[in-house]
Write a protein that binds this ligand. Sequence first.
Ligand SMILES: *Cc1c(COP(=O)(O)O)cnc(C)c1O
Length: 369
Amino acid sequence: MGVEEEAAVLSVLRSGWISQGPKVAEFERQFAAYVGTPHAIALSSCTTALHLAMLLAGIKEGDEVLCPSLSFIATANAIRYVGAAPVFVDIDPGTYNIDPNRVEEAITPRTRAILAVHQVGMPAAMNELGEIADRRGLVLMEDAACASGSKYMAERVGHPHSLLACFSFHPRKVLVTGEGGMITTADEQIAARAKRLRQHAMSVSDLARHSSSKIVSESYDEVGFNFRMTDMQAALGLVQLQRLPGFLERRRARAAKYTAALGQLPFFVPPGEPEGCVSNFQSYMVRMLENAPITRDDLMQALLDRGISTRRGVMPIHRERPYADPCWDARLPETNRAADRTIILPLFDQMTDEDQDYVLDAILGVCRR
Ligand SMILES: *Cc1c(COP(=O)(O)O)cnc(C)c1O
């Protein structure tokens, strides 16, 4: 966050309109143009976006939705919010995303949808998933929380590769508004309903009422929510969207440097981009093989002792209490392996060459000992 973001928020504070209003509308327009979709609907978070996505897709009690377990727990929670059940599908160990080859065996008569996740910004295999969804009559949706700026087959994630995609602007992601989310879709009716449902299903928006020269009264035609973004957040988003190309360039350069250095060692597997996929490297997640001279957790501790903070790779949802069921372990071997063997290395916009050299020297030193 820089001086431009500060000025943008200040101007909203002085404008007299701080809740969802003109800045939200402008952020939606510019985000839609950036990803190349006709409609974008700003929301309070990706979690509320995913919850709304389930309702918009007609997912309901008793339905099953296929998704990866190797994801943030919000992916599965959104499915539960509407009374449906997440059915976890194993990942492709190369991309850490849902493996299209394992999808069909998980389909039952109750299956209604596939929720693909672009994990840590790496695009999922949307073409293969789309083919299965079409053939089996399922809805395809995207949890694109981490994927602002990522590309799939020369198009930005959020360009319609499915019915709808849900983004997050939490500080842990690449484009940041504090809290915030977005749904992108090509479907006009879905977009219109999403805009109503985020605002208690109000038939006329408060902005439209306030700007009208005639008396306008609204009605509430279904049960809606307060999933609104504020104009202060949207003002941040508008500045961050301008800066996004720079964020992407720097993140990708840092990722390339990690990959070049760690790829030299026979026990690290750096993240690889499949043909046609461009990651925003929201996180740099690397796999440690069994022949590594140190365990993942010991490496994390040794780095922490040198003042370097790392994280375990993405933790699977099926190990958390609300989703724990003994059936999953046998069905998710690659998910379990990835969870036990991956580490997320420091990668942030203001990281300097010196910072990264310090991290790499520490890793190489610890592994050589
Ligand atoms: C961060 C994240 C979410 C939740 O996003 P919020 O904006 O914090 O609600 C959902 N899914 C995935 C994969 C995420 O990484």
